[in-house]
Write a protein that binds this ligand. Structure first.
Ligand code: NAD
Length: 367
């Protein structure tokens, strides 16, 4: 009998359950077309979990995640829970503990602008004609955000703030391997971002990435200083394939890339943790956007980010490349066919405005 892949399904709040329903439907189609078996365990998280069980990440939700091959996450939060103490709020109380518990050290955010959706990007059409597809690989657990010492206090009579940027060589090696492996499945071009002209961290980063590159002779490696990268990514996004960044630089550049791609409703995100062997990782897969309270409950949210996050799950946690590609190709086909949810609809000739369920069904049928 073929393996049954266990997936913890944490839909969360706002549009989370609406877009998750379409993602699960798409995985159902994968089962009928490929015979791949999934076992879904739906669990409460975020505001919904606070309301039902008093905390954003209940023990039974965490236990199910531990017993699963991967976590398919929706999004959490909303106005209802904004007055709670910060650590009890849905995002801080659920997502951050999940990242910590599973040591999710690599964040992968593909920034895809489809040829027929370049109008949704704020970048001039002539710079992005034909669209682009850049994968940002960001280190998630090191660098300036977590380095010690970290404090704010009076020194010599003046209030002073200190954050410390720390990277161990092993941390750089670990994220570089993820980026090189991802590049092998794409155009085989990796741009490593650093600030080696100013920072000791940058020197170690560059030297370590060069060393790791020896194991991937088929991938073309180049380096850019982060300030130059911020400019080049806007000027010529088509010139990039995989971009590798430390934590702070990746935080900033991945948002820049999301912005120039167009709608948040199209962008998926993967956070990878422990290597499972065979190049696979335990991971949490989610849309890049939030719970969109302004459109929640109306059935008009774009489910594509959630659907593409399942493709990332199949690729990085389950090693099901053919199935992942089938989902990505189906999304492209439906966009080419002119179906648009409100966030990407411009009224252009040959396009049709549809709701969450209609576009989800069209993607399922296109597989
Ligand atoms: P948001 O991403 O929810 O919404 C920003 C804008 O993008 C809104 O206009 C929204 O309608 C639109 N949008 C987002 N996803 C869309 C989709 N799939 N289809 C169509 N339009 C979409 O960001 P926000 O308004 O800053 O945050 C709302 C809530 O979500 C807050 O409570 C925030 O804390 C939470 N949030 C959660 C996560 C997460 O769970 N990972 C991430 C970001 C924000």
């Amino acid at each position: 009998m073929s393996k049954v892949h266990k997936i913890a399904v944490l839909a969360g709040d706002g549009i989370g359950p609406e877009v998750m329903a379409e993602a699960i439907k798409v995985l159902g189609t994968i089962t009928s077309k490929f015979g791949t078996q999934f076992e879904f365990s739906e669990q409460l998280v975020g505001g919904a979990a606070i309301d039902a069980k008093g905390k954003a990440l209940p023990e039974d939700t965490l236990a199910v995640c531990e017993q699963s091959d991967a976590i398919l996450f929706g999004s959490v939060g909303g106005p209802k829970w904004e007055k709670l103490p910060p650590n009890e709020q849905p995002e801080r109380g659920a997502l951050l503990p999940l990242r910590k518990h599973f040591g999710l050290f690599a964040n992968l955010r593909p920034s895809i602008c489809y040829p027929s959706l370049t109008h949704a990007s704020p970048v001039k059409d002539e710079l992005i004609q034909g669209g682009f597809n850049v994968l940002c690989v960001r280190e998630l657990t090191g660098g300036l955000y977590f380095g010690q010492p970290k404090f704010r206090k009076e020194i010599d009579g003046e209030m002073t703030a200190v954050d410390t940027m720390v990277y161990k060589k092993s941390e750089i090696e670990r994220i570089a391997h993820v980026a090189f492996k991802a590049a092998q499945g794409r155009r085989k071009e990796l741009t490593s971002i650093d600030k080696a002209n100013v920072l000791e961290n940058g020197l170690l980063w560059r030297a370590t990435v060069e060393e790791v590159a020896q194991s991937y002779p088929d991938v073309k490696l180049s380096h850019l200083y982060v300030d130059n990268a911020a400019m080049q990514l806007i000027k010529n996004p088509r010139g990039f394939d995989v971009v590798l960044c430390e934590n702070l630089f990746g935080d900033i550049l991945s948002d820049e890339m999301a912005m120039i791609a167009g709608s948040l409703g199209m962008l998926a995100s993967a956070s990878l943790g422990k290597a499972k062997g065979d190049g696979l990782y335990f991971g949490l897969f989610e849309p890049s956007g939030g719970t969109a309270p302004d459109i929640a409950g109306k059935g008009i949210a774009n489910p594509i980010a959630q659907i593409l996050s399942t493709a990332l799950l199949l690729r990085f946690s389950l090693g099901l490349e053919a199935e992942a590609q089938a989902i990505e190709t189906a999304v492209r086909k439906v966009i080419d066919d002119g179906l648009r949810t409100g966030d990407i609809y411009s009224g252009a000739e040959g396009t049709r405005k549809v709701n969450t369920r209609e576009i989800g069904e069209a993607i399922s049928q296109a597989i």
